[in-house]
Design a protein around this ligand. Structure first.
Ligand code: 5GP
Length: 219
């Protein structure tokens, strides 16, 4: 008996305007569910608050980042709010080899690049439930100056226009509900025929078994 076909895992790309809570969703997926792993990006931004190197980001110098670009180590990269951010190619390769869903918390420009470079990826755009919630989250951090908050809200206007090019939109009105929605998307995606590891082999087996059943029944 089979209960599900072995499948290739999906790289999961979460993009959203800053302050939407996508980083919280990404980390919660990894903490709550087996087979989910966080893609640690490289960045030239200095660490904030309790962020640690190698966990939240690989914090690198601009020279080191440029060397990574030169060496073809980054699958995508972008300049966001004056700093460079990029996804190491090996993050996706390692996750695929281990059969894990790799979760990328990246900006909209990066997501657009991955649409072509990682066609197997599932792109989810996270919406804030309202403009006031976005404002509340950006100012509650306390780490951003008011000018920066304004800059991020202006950027959100442009970023939202990209949502229609994503595979799914999830509203982060409530963290648990948003996580359940993302989990449901991954569950459904894992049942696509194109993600089955050996669909042809499975079809041959099942059809052979049907022949056997028919033979035994004298049909
Ligand atoms: P923050 O500095 O607030 O951690 O991140 C700023 C923005 O950069 C966020 O939208 C975040 O998702 C995005 N970001 C983080 N890592 C990457 C990455 O590897 N590539 C791209 N393109 N954006 C990233």
């Amino acid at each position: 008996m089979i209960t599900g076909l072995p499948y290739r895992p999906c790289p999961l790309i979460l993009a959203a305007p800053s302050g939407t809570g996508k980083t919280t969703i990404a980390h919660a997926l990894v903490e709550r569910f087996a087979r989910f792993v966080f893609s640690v990006s490289a960045t030239t931004r200095p660490p904030r608050g309790d962020e640690s190197d190698g966990v939240d980001y690989d914090f690198v110098s601009r020279e080191a980042f440029e060397a990574m670009i030169e060496g073809g180590e980054l699958l995508e990269w972008a300049e966001v709010h004056g700093n460079l951010y990029g996804t190491p190619r090996r993050n996706l390769e390692a996750a695929a080899a281990r059969g894990e869903h790799v979760v990328l918390d990246i900006d909209v420009q990066g997501a657009r690049q991955l649409r072509e470079r990682a066609p197997e990826a599932v792109l989810i755009f996270v919406f804030p439930p309202s403009a006031s919630a976005l404002w509340g989250r950006l100012t509650a951090r306390g780490t951003e100056a008011m000018d920066e908050v304004r800059r991020r809200l202006a950027a959100a206007q442009d970023e939202l226009a990209e949502a229609r090019h994503f595979d799914y939109i999830v509203v982060n009105d409530d963290l648990d509900r948003a996580i359940s929605r993302v989990r449901a998307i991954v569950e459904a995606e894992s049942h696509r025929p194109s993600r089955a590891l050996d669909l042809e082999g499975e079809l041959v087996r099942l059809r052979g078994q049907i022949d056997d059943v028919m033979r035994k029944a004298g049909a």
